[in-house]
Design a binder for this molecule. Sequence first.
Ligand SMILES: NC(=O)c1ccc[n+]([C@@H]2O[C@H](COP(=O)([O-])OP(=O)(O)OC[C@H]3O[C@@H](n4cnc5c(N)ncnc54)[C@H](O)[C@@H]3O)[C@@H](O)[C@H]2O)c1
Length: 255
Amino acid sequence: MTWNLGAGLEGKGVIVTGAAGGIGRPVTQAFSAAGAKIMAVDVDQEAVDEVVGSLEGDGHIGVGTDLTDLDAQRELVKRARSEFGNVYVLAHLAAVLRRRSSISDVTEEDWDLQLNVNLRASFFLARRVSEVMIEARQGGRIILFTSQGWWSGGFGGAIPYCASKGGIVSIARGLARTLGPEQITVNTVSPGQVATSMLLTDYDPALMQKLVEATPLGRIAEPDEMAGTVVFLASLHAGFISGATINVSGGMLMY
Ligand SMILES: NC(=O)c1ccc[n+]([C@@H]2O[C@H](COP(=O)([O-])OP(=O)(O)OC[C@H]3O[C@@H](n4cnc5c(N)ncnc54)[C@H](O)[C@@H]3O)[C@@H](O)[C@H]2O)c1
């Protein structure tokens, strides 16, 4: 075994959600560089097909589906298991952010959408994948995505989103305790500000400037700067890390 970045991932089945998104795309590519077989999941079939076309190696699958549909979740996990033989990693990035500059503008629909996609779908997908991992008895890695907002409460009108991301940390900690005996690790990645359409949609440039000034590295992150952390958590190097919230914020938060 060579202990490179993706050590242990050669030939392993990996599901990446939000794979057509700003961060999901380089995460998916990094897993393929580590030799994994990837099921790339996002809402739009054409977009995931394009991501799959950019991957190294073969045997990858693109699935366009809405992850709030729990039947669709079951089907995609079943398919990954049958085509890959096993699912060793879930890297779950799919999420939505609806920024509202005034809390008075937050609608019930805003709340329901963000809690449904970001929190409800995450619990049921992680649970479904864990069932397959337990059956295979080969351990596994579940990596969920939170946000600096889980800790800060968010900047620029994102309270329901931050509530969902706080919930992700709780889900990960609870699952880490529950699934540890099966040698399944569960961790979250917590980005600061990353240059993707999620961050840059409806954002106030003056606020962005303040956040950059509050970040010791003095800049926002490029999306591919998140990928190494995800692959690390899935690799042999991270075999004893579970229940952790990995702060990848350029020092904007320190914990
Ligand atoms: N960009 C940032 O600054 C930042 C900061 C903190 C946390 N994050 C987190 O990182 C992760 C990736 O974010 P990003 O910046 O790449 O955002 P993005 O909007 O570029 O990507 C998110 C992807 O999720 C997909 N998605 C949304 N709803 C879905 C659904 N119901 N079913 C299937 N797919 C769905 C979208 O189509 C999109 O491709 C998210 O969990 C986000 O909350 C991002």
